[in-house]
Design a protein around this ligand. Structure first.
Ligand code: ADP
Length: 333
């Protein structure tokens, strides 16, 4: 569960064993252990069928877990009253087209039973937070997808939540709009809120998430900061101006060729001191160095690593497995 340096109060989500077997024996979640902190943007990613929606629904008390240990905002998972402190933006949400942005946020506040005066003041603050003050009194039918999403995020924040769960907030939004949304998420994080993103847009997650969890077949295959998760893959690539000496292929070192046919010395697991030693050695051997580049896996590479079967190199089948084999005559999955 939580690392020793953290108090439980720092954790918005602290799950140690969440399992879900759907009727019919589909094992959607097979013992989820995951934690997300207040004041961080946390990304949940995984291939279709990995169990992401099931996990989110369990956190939002829409689906009951078969077995669950852990807390959401300090309350045992499944506690309905905790929803008062949780905000949620569903995927592909729609507002009635005749509402203005301001009205859409106030409507969400009324649904959450936020007192009217508080709701008005909060709506003003939120319009500011999501950068929609100038558009507040225009009908949402005039909005771009990105503006719609920003108002959706404001609506999800209307009850002043400590945890906000956003399902695919940047899906279908143009690059400029996506950047605006990322800025909004960072501002929300600065307020000490835990922003929980469920998204398949890996490059987006990479840009904004402090930590991620990769869900594969109903289990957390990896969890941590992108830096921690890609540490093993960090390497330097040194493009050489001449033939590499034989020692460039010794130990962990190897030589690749770039698109222009130049030799590239690839040095994995090398720290800055080690890099200096390599440079000194190349100079001693009178090899020109054209460039030096630190390289690490992208979130996409990392994701692909976890969703591939290392033995066959093929994609793992999506998430769930049946707990009990189907009976004779039942349809094949
Ligand atoms: P994801 O959101 O990662 O795509 P889901 O949580 O939707 O994954 O689904 C996980 C697995 O559980 C899938 O195999 C899916 O078919 C199955 N599943 C989801 N909802 C139900 C349900 N209501 N009844 C039976 N099986 C379900």
């Amino acid at each position: 569960m939580a690392e020793s340096t953290e108090t439980v109060a720092d954790l918005a989500i602290d799950l140690s064993d969440v399992r879900k077997v759907y009727r019919g024996g589909v094992e959607a979640l097979r013992g989820i252990k995951m934690d997300a902190r207040r004041g961080e943007v946390f990304g949940l990613l995984g291939p279709n069928g990995a169990g992401k929606s099931t996990l989110v629904k369990i956190m939002l008390t829409v689906v009951r877990a078969t077995k669950a240990s852990g807390t959401i905002l300090g309350s045992p998972i499944g506690t309905k009253s905790v929803l008062g402190k949780v905000g949620y933006l569903p995927e592909k949400h729609r507002f009635p087209e005749y509402l203005t942005g301001r009205q859409a946020i106030e409507f969400a506040g009324a649904m959450c039973r936020v007192p009217r005066a508080t709701c008005r003041a909060r709506t003003d603050e939120l319009l500011e937070l999501v950068g929609m003050v100038d558009w507040a009194d225009r009908k949402v039918s005039m909005y771009s997808k990105g503006m719609m999403q920003r108002v959706g995020i404001a609506a999800a924040m209307v009850n002043d939540p400590e945890l906000v769960v956003l399902d695919e907030p940047t899906d279908g939004v143009d690059p400029l709009g996506r950047r605006d949304i990322r800025d909004v998420l960072v501002r929300i994080r600065e307020q000490g809120v835990c922003v929980f993103l469920n998204s398949h847009l890996l490059s987006e997650l990479e840009m904004v998430c402090d930590r991620v969890a990769i869900l594969v077949q109903g289990r957390v295959a990896a969890q941590g900061t992108i830096d921690e998760l890609t540490r093993e893959s960090r390497r330097y690539e040194i493009t050489l101006g001449g033939e590499p000496p034989p020692w460039c292929s010794e130990g962990d070192l190897r030589v690749d060729t770039d698109l222009e046919g130049r030799s590239v010395l690839v040095a994995p697991k090398v720290e800055v001191d080690g890099l200096q030693t390599l440079i000194d050695r190349l100079r001693k051997d009178e090899i020109d160095i054209a460039s030096i580049r630190p390289v690490r896996e992208s979130l996409e590479d990392l994701f692909m690593r976890y969703v591939k079967d290392p033995r066959t190199g093929r994609h793992l089948p999506p998430g769930a497995e049946r707990k009990t084999p189907p009976t004779a005559g039942s349809p094949r999955p």
